[in-house]
Design a protein around this ligand. Structure first.
Ligand code: DAT
Ligand code: MG
Length: 134
C-alpha cells in the first residue's frame, strides 16, 4: 500500500462551533498522521482555485461565501492510502447520508456546511496543498 499525503480542512462552521479538538482527535486516534496544521482565514483566490471544478454549479457562489465566512483549520495528513482513509473518516458529502460516527455525520449541519474537506485523489491533494499552504 502506498504512503500518501492528503489535504484536509476543518470548515468555518465546525471551527465556529468549537469542534476543532474533537475532529483532530479522530485523526490522532486513526493510523494516519497530521503532518502540518494551521488555523487561517482563506483568501478569495485560494477558495476559488480550490473549488474551481465546481464553478458554474448552483451551489458554487454560496459555497465560496461560506468558506470565507470565518477561519478554517488547514491540515496535511499522511499515511497508507491517506486520501481514501481520510474520506472514510470524514463520511459522505451529505451529513444525512454519512455513516454514523464519521466527522460529517457528527458535526456537519447541511450539505454545504459539512464540517470538513478532504482531497479526492493524490493529484488533487498535491494541487490543494500547494493552493492552501503555498
Ligand atoms: P466533497 O467535499 O465530498 O468532495 P464535492 O467535491 O462534490 O464533495 O463538493 C464540494 C463541496 O461543495 C461539498 O463539500 C459541499 C458543497 N456541495 C456539494 N454539493 C452540494 C449541494 N448539492 N448543495 C450544497 N453544497 C454542495
Ligand atoms: Mg470534492
Amino acid at each position: 500500500m502506498a504512503i500518501e499525503k492528503t489535504y484536509s480542512m476543518i470548515k468555518p462552521n465546525a471551527v465556529a462551533a468549537g469542534h476543532v479538538g474533537e475532529i483532530i482527535t479522530r485523526f490522532e486516534r486513526s493510523e494516519l498522521s497530521i503532518e502540518r496544521i494551521e488555523l487561517a482565514a482563506l483568501t478569495p483566490e485560494q477558495v476559488k482555485l480550490g473549488y474551481e471544478e465546481h464553478e458554474g454549479k448552483p451551489f458554487y457562489p454560496p459555497l465560496i461565501e461560506f468558506m470565507l465566512s470565518g477561519p478554517v483549520v488547514k491540515m496535511v495528513i499522511s499515511g497508507e492510502n491517506a486520501v481514501a482513509r481520510c474520506r472514510e473518516i470524514m463520511g459522505a458529502t451529505d451529513p444525512e447520508k454519512a455513516e454514523p460516527g464519521t466527522i460529517r455525520a457528527d458535526f456537519g449541519t447541511s450539505v454545504r456546511e459539512n464540517a470538513i474537506h478532504g482531497s479526492d485523489s493524490p493529484e488533487s491533494a498535491a494541487r490543494e496543498i500547494s493552493i492552501y499552504f503555498g
